[in-house]
Ligand binder design. Structure first.
Ligand SMILES: [Ca+2]
Ligand SMILES: [Ca+2]
Ligand SMILES: [Ca+2]
Length: 431
């Protein structure tokens, strides 16, 4: 064999080897279906086969990496695996595995533009029985994220929508058992926030209604909650950058987001943010209106009165459900049934801050204030400093989180039991 022939054969050999390596490299990902149940095993199996030392990269809220498992209308099961390559200008990828016998076999890989996954939602929003995939992606340091919505068509993913958002929600807003997409978008020029309501129609996913919230989003929360026993509503709660809380409520009527009138206004504005909740635990949400007590000298965000309102049957009015006082010493006290605007609350601190006291009085125009009762708050140290006798003579409401709460009352109406039943220590995480 002459030298040039040898070289030719060697060349062909190398080419075949490259082709072979390439083929092996392009081998479709495949994993035993039982392995999918063990997330750690799955991760290590996938890690072995992903390129560029890539890693499974779940959205932040999905810390444990719950597999995104979904089905189409024909009953084909699929699993979505988001992963991130460490060295690439297109680091994000979605891999779709399809169930085939005892195996999950790679169906396709979709490269995506962006730095990290923000949210992935898998839900049928077109109503055809097959799930769609909504992939939200963080782009650079911007708070605006990119969104791709995919649907399965003829066995592969097709893009249904490309959009952007600050926040994304999918829920069945109009109670027709099909999910809708809601995107929140901030407009820094107009200094406002837009809520866009999408629905799938005639093969397209498009905005069918949008409403503008007057404030620029700083921190926002959208909730779908019961606003009366039969109807869910969309509650939009914003915290503005000067810490104010702004709350708006919408009900979905046909194609419209109908903004409800809240005490003659489009929204409830509070001096700071307190989240709406079901305050009386009857399944229907209430909305907070914060008031500073007239007797309180300092206007800060740690001592206030909250009036909780619910909507009436035809959503035309707010009705008062409960009033409560919230104190900076970490407790709340429900108002008594006969308490109205005539209640004045005063807060006294002694100089070294060892004892704080809150006095509840009732006043009517032209009349003298009538003291109802007081709540003294001792630090544990100052409590221990007292003599045993004086400690034993006190009416203790509760001891909690380094404080002792003591009732001071001579009036039989405000006895220890009635105060205890209205008193609660706040969980530090609350609000
Ligand atoms: Ca669908
Ligand atoms: Ca719906
Ligand atoms: Ca309620």
């Amino acid at each position: 064999m002459n030298r040039s022939r040898k070289l030719l054969l060697l060349g062909i050999g190398i080419m075949l080897l490259i082709l072979f390596i390439n083929r092996v490299h392009r081998e479709k990902f495949k994993i035993l279906s039982t392995d999918l149940e063990d997330v750690d095993k799955l991760k290590s199996e996938i890690a072995k086969q992903l390129p560029d030392s890539a890693e499974i990269s779940a959205p932040e809220e999905d810390e444990l990496f719950q597999l995104m498992h979904f089905k189409d209308s024909a009953g084909v099961e699929r699993v979505l695996i988001p992963y991130k390559k460490n060295s690439s200008n297109k680091p994000l990828n979605l891999m779709v595995l399809e169930k085939s016998g005892n195996y999950w076999v790679e169906e396709e890989r979709i490269p995506l533009v962006g730095e990290d996954f923000d949210k992935i939602v898998v839900e049928d929003i077109t109503g055809n029985g097959s799930d769609e995939i909504m992939v939200g992606i963080k782009i650079g340091k911007s708070s605006t994220k990119g969104l791709d919505v995919y649907e399965f068509k003829d066995g592969s993913l097709e893009k249904l929508l490309n959009d952007n958002y600050e926040d994304l929600f999918v829920a069945d807003f109009d109670s027709d058992s099909i999910g809708e997409l809601i995107l929140l978008k901030s407009n820094s020029k107009e200094k406002n926030t837009e809520i866009n309501y999408y629905e799938y129609r005639d093969g397209k996913l498009a905005t069918i209604d949008s409403v503008v919230l007057e404030e620029m989003e700083f921190k926002v929360d959208l909730k779908l909650e019961q606003i009366n026993p039969d109807k869910k509503g969309l509650i939009a709660e914003l915290e503005t950058d000067d810490k104010k809380g702004v709350l708006s409520v919408f009900k979905v009527e046909g194609d419209n987001l109908e903004r409800l009138n809240l005490l003659g206004k489009k929204s409830i504005e509070n001096p700071f943010f307190v989240a709406s909740r079901d305050i009386d635990k009857d399944g229907v949400f209430e909305f907070p209106i914060l008031k500073l007590s007239p007797g309180l000298e300092k206007e800060d965000s740690s001592t206030w009165i909250t009036e909780w309102y619910g909507l009436n049957e035809d959503y035309s009015q707010l009705k008062l459900v409960k009033r409560e006082y919230t104190d900076e010493a970490n407790f709340a006290l429900d108002f008594f049934e006969d308490w109205n605007e005539d209640i004045v609350i005063r807060r006294i601190s002694d100089r070294d801050g060892k004892l704080e006291k809150v006095e509840f009085t009732r006043t009517t125009p032209g009349e003298v204030e009538e003291k109802l009762f007081g709540i003294s708050i001792y630090s544990l140290d100052s409590w221990e400093d007292m003599t045993k006798e004086s400690r034993e003579s006190e009416e203790i409401i509760t001891k909690s989180q380094g404080r002792v709460y003591v009732l001071e009352s001579e009036d039989g109406e405000y006895d220890l039991e009635s105060i205890k039943s209205r008193f609660r220590v706040l969980d530090l995480k609350e609000d």
